[in-house]
Design a protein around this ligand. Structure first.
Ligand code: FPP
Length: 251
């Protein structure tokens, strides 16, 4: 991962400005790579390539600023419906990034995890994912969750099935099932729910992302395309979050 300080790293007081009431967990729907490429007369895959560069910058911001969990939506269960060439490119891009960036992420103490039905992914990608998870398992600077072949409804269905199985095997009483227990059967069981969700590119929907976990999350929409997103945009989202009054249904 290229952790060269960018020029924006030098913005004075950015860190102190945002250090107050920092979200601990930020989730991102990285939308707009295709439009970014189209605007430049480039193939869609060029937008994804640029989007990958942006993730590196945003992960760096999180470690710089002390955000403990970053969860990004890299590929949804619905994204298989894209042209084969684009899907194949994305799979190769994920695999290549894992190969080239793992060492640097490990050095930066990033703990990487993948959320989703990983069994359906190309075997060589699965191997890289398992390797990345194993190598970084003990790291604690930041938890970097990458949702790949992820669908929020499918995640809940999977949790229901696992719970029913436990009941059928006599390991669990139905009355013991509560919100806390369901949370333990989700991909995100090890981390608290997101404090802030960012969606780029002017689209205002959840697109089947973290449906359970986003119940009380603050949402920030921006027109900026993901491939144009950067440190300043990210700090604006954080500042906006810091101005929110989070009541969790209370007064
Ligand atoms: C959505 O934009 C973007 C995606 C479905 C892919 C996101 C993937 C990356 C940013 C590549 C790197 C990922 C990781 C985790 C290393 P879109 O294609 O739907 O854009 P559009 O709405 O403009 O068409």
């Amino acid at each position: 991962m290229n952790y060269e300080p960018s020029t924006t790293t030098l913005i004075p007081n950015l860190k102190s400005k945002i250090s107050n009431r920092l979200p601990q967990h930020v989730a991102i729907i990285m939308d707009g790579n295709g439009r970014w490429a189209k605007k430049r007369g480039l193939p869609r895959i060029a937008g994804h390539r640029q989007g990958a560069e942006v993730i590196k910058e945003i992960l760096r911001c999180c470690t710089d600023w002390g955000i403990k969990v970053l969860t990004v939506y890299a590929f949804s269960t619905e994204n298989w419906g894209r042209p084969t060439a684009e899907v194949d490119f994305l799979m190769l891009l994920f695999e290549r990034l894992l190969r080239t960036e793992l060492e640097e992420m490990h050095r930066e103490k990033v703990c990487i995890r993948f959320l989703g039905e990983l069994e359906a992914l190309p075997p060589s990608l699965q191997r890289e994912m398992r390797r990345a998870m194993a190598v970084t398992a003990q790291n604690q600077a930041i938890y970097f969750n990458v949702a790949i072949n992820y669908g929020g409804r499918k995640e809940i269905v999977r949790a229901c099935r696992d719970l029913v199985e436990k009941v059928q095997q006599g390991e669990l009483l139905p009355e013991a099932i509560d919100e806390g227990l369901i949370q333990q059967f989700l991909y995100t069981k090890e981390v608290a729910d997101p404090d802030l969700l960012i969606r780029t590119s002017g689209q205002m929907r959840l697109s089947n992302f973290l449906l359970w976990q986003l119940a009380y999350t603050e949402i920030y929409f921006t027109d900026t395309l993901w491939s144009d997103f950067n440190r300043e945009e990210f700090s604006r989202a954080i500042e906006d979050y810091q101005g929110r009054d989070r009541r969790f249904g209370k007064v």
